[in-house]
Design a binder for this molecule. Sequence first.
Ligand SMILES: Nc1ncnc2c1ncn2[C@@H]1O[C@H](COP(=O)(O)OP(=O)(O)OP(=O)(O)O)[C@@H](O)[C@H]1O
Ligand SMILES: [Mg+2]
Length: 246
Amino acid sequence: MRVRLGLLINFHILTGLNDSTKVKKNKVALEVVGAQKSFGQVEVLKGIDLEILAGERVGLMGPSGSGKSTLLNCICGIEPLDKGLIKVAGLDLTGLKQGELEKLRRENMGYVFQSFHLLPTLSAFENVEFAAQLVGITKDERIKRVTDLFEQVGLSHRMDHLPNALSGGERQRVAIARALVHQPGLVLADEPTGSLDTESGSQVLELLKSLSSNLQVALLLVTHDHESTRICDRVITMKDGSLIAE
Ligand SMILES: Nc1ncnc2c1ncn2[C@@H]1O[C@H](COP(=O)(O)OP(=O)(O)OP(=O)(O)O)[C@@H](O)[C@H]1O
Ligand SMILES: [Mg+2]
């Protein structure tokens, strides 16, 4: 009887997990509708429509100047749209007050850019811990998460180093740990391997892939390199401020 009860409980746990995974998978992490943005006379985004589901990895390619970084800046709320809407985790960015927008960014988004933007006076560990502190994660939980992430990015032996005592690839791995420590639903990566050699770039991409699938994080990855999009579920292309058919 005890065995059968155990099996039954296990069955419910398993089916419960399957259900929640399914629900999560179908959730929309990012929705962009008719996004338009100009700088002066220059129309940079000319009506972008894009939907990314929870846990989905999407590559964004296109010529220099086509508007890729501008789109990322609008999605993370650095630049306001002129027209259209952007929803992250179901919340419309345009309807939010500055404080609410900052909260959404801190809690639901992570960024990895070409240059790493690590704080130079904090150790690698502290750089990642700081991002978790900003969203109010307790000290014990922070230490656990950061230690675990450093293990996952293969840098447990470099946690106490200052950023300038790390290689480019190592710094980018710290930046990835920082982008994920608060377990955001969406990570925006703008040419994250742009300043790395092929080998380090490849490691960084594999890391982004495994972390995004382990943690069900949606990823929008801007890259000029077709090979980098191997980690993506699909690739979209931007040209002159519009997305062209997939
Ligand atoms: N703050 C700004 N003021 C005026 N023009 C801008 C501004 N930011 C971007 N632009 C212009 O908008 C266009 C798109 O720039 P954006 O940085 O989005 O391109 P991109 O696709 O990311 O290019 P790259 O691949 O070179 O990084 C460019 O022509 C750029 O000069
Ligand atoms: Mg760019």
